[in-house]
Design a protein around this ligand. Structure first.
Ligand code: UGA
Length: 565
């Protein structure tokens, strides 16, 4: 059976770009009659995508990849009861699921896969240029240029190209120009279909998107191509959520969405500085204004500001676009969002130094958290790096780092950018990291850095680990209807086996059970006086910590000893 009017082969060209594979996997899951191929030049990553050790850690992604890549046996499972069924005490029904053929492939063989494709998604990395014209702001289009040339040479005429990567406005024209140069007689359609996934919730965002934007040219073939792409989404997304726009609007929407989200974070962080000097509490201010539905409560969490591979680069791209159009005031306006973000982490680092009497010599500082946000092992654009840079200037005896999910290798490779420093050490045990420490800095908002409350007992949220297929039962979204089923391990088809010398199987787990909250009493016992914790993410309850003898300093709150009246 074939999905009517939808081309049959889909190819995703990915790289270090994070969103390509989750999108490919969900499209494959929801369209079992399509063949989806993910191409990456990096053999190491492809080897891991073809194994039990996926290279990125996202909740539920492992189950979805497994189902689409390996298939499953025919089985019947108990459906999760609807709330109505639960209320009336209905017996849970069995649902039979037919066997599923694999339809997701990972390969490095690009030209052959491109030649067979009807639709090609460009999901390569588009980082910020580091040298040359526009360095530090403009988008580095090298990877896009390389894959478009490869597509031009290999793709069949009539193929549809879909920009998934975040790109500057009018990139579709650049793509079309490259295609025309290398295949002047072939006809291709170029669409823009940006992603709005957040790391840590990518699968959830894909399964239940707020909107799907499809930008096309305003021509009959352009609209036809957009309809073919929309058809793929309508297997699980309501049509009302699919918005067709012009291709330039779609490209720009992605940059503007990220810029507006980042702007809210910088706005509230600018207020946090005022709060510290006035006695107001930034979290109370955020709550008060967030109750206004015109403002809303999301992205008003004050703290160390935004990290990650998206916000900084996308605002940089917007600033560059505005300035290159001669709109300097517009460029300066958005650049200010970045400046406030830098200010916040500088203020934090300076506060640490000042509270430690202006010197870090012979002192040990521990950073808890390195990931740019909780529930991810992604270390790119970590806030920690900027803070470490400032602290290193004060020549501390040791800067210790612990993160429950980032691998030591990933942290070390980010630290390498700072040059060779003997004082930097990465730990897999938080208690060792905090032994005899002069000050602890909370950098990431991991739930298990919070003090455990009684409500948490038996209800600890597990941070995601990239290498965990041990649970016998997994909840997966089946590809029919919108219901959850429980599939047990033996209902999947076998995963590709690992070789005897598989390096990932040999990977040792950290000496910390990531399901547990930190024992702050234990940490406090081994801290040096005056037992300072600088909470950059507002995860700690200062009053409770005070009972353990720990003094908490947070951004956006008045300093200790500040009198309100
Ligand atoms: C962001 C956007 O939220 C996604 O919609 C977008 O698709 C994605 O970028 C992308 O372009 O690929 P992401 O960077 O994964 O997603 O994570 P966010 O949840 O947006 O957090 C970004 C940073 O902002 C984190 O460092 C987080 O700690 C910080 N943040 C977030 C705050 O400091 N305060 C807040 O209130 C919210």
């Amino acid at each position: 059976m074939k999905v009517p009017n939808a081309p049959n082969n889909k190819v995703f060209l990915t790289g270090r770009h994070f969103q390509g594979v989750p999108t490919a996997a969900v499209i494959a899951l929801k369209n079992p009659f399509l063949r989806v191929t993910v191409i990456d030049r990096d053999e190491f990553r492809i080897r891991r995508w073809n194994s039990a050790h996926l290279p990125i850690s996202e909740p539920e992604l492992d189950n979805i990849v497994r189902l689409a890549r390996d298939g499953s046996k025919a089985c019947s499972v108990g459906a999760v009861k609807s709330s109505l069924a639960q209320r009336i005490g209905a017996r849970s029904s069995k649902i039979s699921i037919p066997a599923r053929e694999p339809n997701l492939t990972f390969t490095t063989a690009s030209s052959k896969s491109i030649a067979e494709a009807d639709m090609i998604f460009i999901c390569v990395n588009t980082p910020t240029k580091t040298t040359g014209v526009g360095a530090g702001c403009a988008t580095d289009m090298t990877a896009v240029e390389i894959v478009v040339k490869e597509i031009a040479v290999n793709a069949k005429t009539g193929a549809i190209l879909v920009e998934k990567s975040t790109v500057p406005c009018r990139t579709a024209k650049l793509v079309q120009d490259i295609l025309d140069t290398y295949r002047p007689r072939a006809r291709f359609q170029v669409l823009s279909n940006p992603e709005f996934l957040s790391e840590g919730t990518a699968v959830e965002n894909l399964l239940r998107p707020d909107r799907v934007i499809i930008g096309s040219s305003n021509t009959v073939p352009g609209r036809r191509a957009a309809a073919a792409l929309a058809k793929i989404y309508t297997t699980w997304v309501d049509r009302s959520k699919i918005l067709g726009t012009h291709v330039w609007s779609s490209e720009l929407s992605k940059l503007v969405a990220n810029a507006m989200l980042a702007q809210r974070i910088s706005s509230i962080n600018s207020i946090s500085a005022i709060c510290e000097s006035t006695g107001a509490d930034v979290h109370e201010v955020a709550k008060s204004i967030g109750l206004d539905p015109r403002i809303g409560s999301q992205f008003l969490k004050a703290g160390l500001g935004f990290g990650g591979s998206c916000f900084r680069k996308d605002i940089g791209s917007l600033v560059y676009l505005a300035r290159s159009l001669g709109l300097h005031e517009v460029g300066d306006y958005w650049n200010q969002v970045l400046l406030i973000n830098d200010l916040q982490r500088n203020r934090f680092a300076r506060k640490v130094i000042s509270r430690l009497n202006g010197t870090l010599i012979r002192k040990k500082i521990t950073l808890l958290g390195f990931a740019f946000k909780k529930n991810t092992g992604d270390t790119r654009e970590s806030v920690a790096i900027d803070i470490i840079k400032v602290l290193l200037e004060e020549r501390p005896a040791e800067i210790a780092i612990f993160d429950p999910c980032c691998s030591v290798a990933a942290i070390n490779s980010e630290l390498d950018r700072l040059g060779n420093h003997d004082s930097l050490s990465v730990y897999t045990d938080p208690y060792q990291a905090c032994l005899d420490v002069d000050a602890i800095l909370i950098i990431t908002d991991w739930d298990n850095f919070r003090m455990e409350s009684t409500a948490d007992h038996g209800n600890t949220k597990r941070p995601q680990s990239s290498i965990d297929l041990t649970s016998s039962t997994s909840t997966i979204m089946a590809d029919r209807a919108d219901r959850f089923f429980n599939l047990s391990n033996d209902q999947y088809l076998p995963e590709p086996p690992c070789p005897l010398d598989c390096p990932e199987c040999a990977h040792s787990f950290p000496g910390f059970n990531i399901e547990e909250h930190l024992e702050w009493a234990r940490i406090s016992y081994h801290m040096k006086k005056p037992k300072l914790v600088f909470d950059g993410r507002s995860v700690l309850d200062a009053v409770e910590m005070e009972k353990l003898g720990i003094r908490v300093e947070a951004l956006g709150k008045a300093e200790r000893g500040f009198t309100l009246f």
